[in-house]
Design a binder for this molecule. Structure first.
Ligand code: C5P
Length: 304
């Protein structure tokens, strides 16, 4: 039995280009792995199965437990990649979710990355890193980053990863939402809002790169940007209040994580983040947690 942990992500910068012929959007993003985790435990079995557990506030209803689950798809892709016998190689997969579902935090991608690492180890496949990244990219745009973790740029549709120097010790307040947002719907609204407008090729601002390198929290606060935010707020106008309350309670900056609806608030340090959590609680907000960053990509935590 092997347990692998994988982290949630935030997009510090999410520059979105036009819709491509394949339906995806070209993008240039800066990912950072933050300290909210899913743990995936695998055990060899005669057929694939998924068993979900979760932290108290996590809504597991919309997570598929059949072949649609990204962790099962990851397992099947790995078996096919190595040309293994599909009738012999299967696993019982237990997922303990600490990452909110459909929150824009790439929780499903984290599960897929964790499953790849866990099954590779369980069956001693010794899959080369580049092959694992290739399989990850086929599973979803955010899966390669979930493997790598830390801080990195993502180009293409987000799946081409290059590490970014990060000298900071960052603290985020994470504000979850009762209802999730479907990523394709947010991209579709982005297209509608953009109709007819010219779109510059997205790029990572130098200012962001410099702030990360030097650990300059004010510089990072001033360079956060998410091109999907307007579309997500159009679908969920209530999130504006969360962003406003975040600023009013002292966070340095706030933005939606990816396609939302999770709101991320950047703070100076742990104590500052805890103070913002208390102040937001007083204003009636729930589903609040503090997460540090950057943290590691998918890694083994227990092996018995
Ligand atoms: O790659 P992934 O399966 O996570 O993407 C989910 C959906 O998000 C896609 O089906 C597409 O609608 C949208 N998407 C996009 N452009 C990207 C990434 C995702 O349009 N670069």
């Amino acid at each position: 039995m092997i347990t692998v942990r994988a982290a949630a992500k935030v997009n510090l910068h999410l520059g979105v280009g036009r819709r491509r012929p394949d339906g995806y959007h070209g993008l240039v993003t800066a990912y950072q792995a933050i300290g909210l985790y899913d743990d995936v435990t695998v055990e060899g079995d005669s057929e694939w199965s998924v068993h979900l557990r979760g932290d108290a506030h996590i809504d597991l209803q919309s997570v598929p437990v059949d072949e649609e689950n990204l962790a099962v798809r990851a397992g099947r892709e790995l078996v096919a990649h190595h040309g293994l016998d599909e009738t012999t190689y299967a696993a019982r997969i237990e997922i303990h979710k600490g990452i909110p579902v459909a929150g824009g935090l790439a929780g499903g991608s984290a599960d897929a990355a964790a499953a790849l690492v866990a099954l590779d180890r369980l069956w001693d496949l010794q899959t080369p890193d580049d092959d694992l990244l290739g399989i990850a990219a086929r599973l979803g745009s955010d899966v390669p980053f979930a493997l790598v973790g830390g801080t990195a740029t993502g180009t293409g549709r987000g799946e081409q990863i290059a590490r970014l120097p990060d000298g900071g010790d960052w603290w985020w307040v994470v504000v979850g939402s009762e209802r999730g947002l479907a990523t394709p719907e947010v991209y579709a609204r982005f297209d509608q809002l953009l109709e007819g407008a010219t779109v510059a090729a997205p790029e990572i601002p130098h200012r962001l790169v410099a702030a990360l390198e030097t650990g300059d929290v004010i510089g990072l606060a001033e360079s956060l940007e998410n091109d999907l935010q307007a579309a997500a707020l159009d679908l969920r106008p209530d999130l504006r209040r969360t962003l406003d309350d975040g600023r009013e309670t002292g966070a340095l900056a706030g933005l939606l994580s990816g396609s939302g609806p999770t709101v991320l608030l950047l703070c100076e340090d742990r104590g500052h983040a805890q103070g913002v959590v208390r102040a937001l609680t007083d204003r009636g907000h729930a589903q609040l947690s503090v997460a540090t960053a950057p943290v590691a990509g998918a890694h083994v935590v227990t092996h018995v």
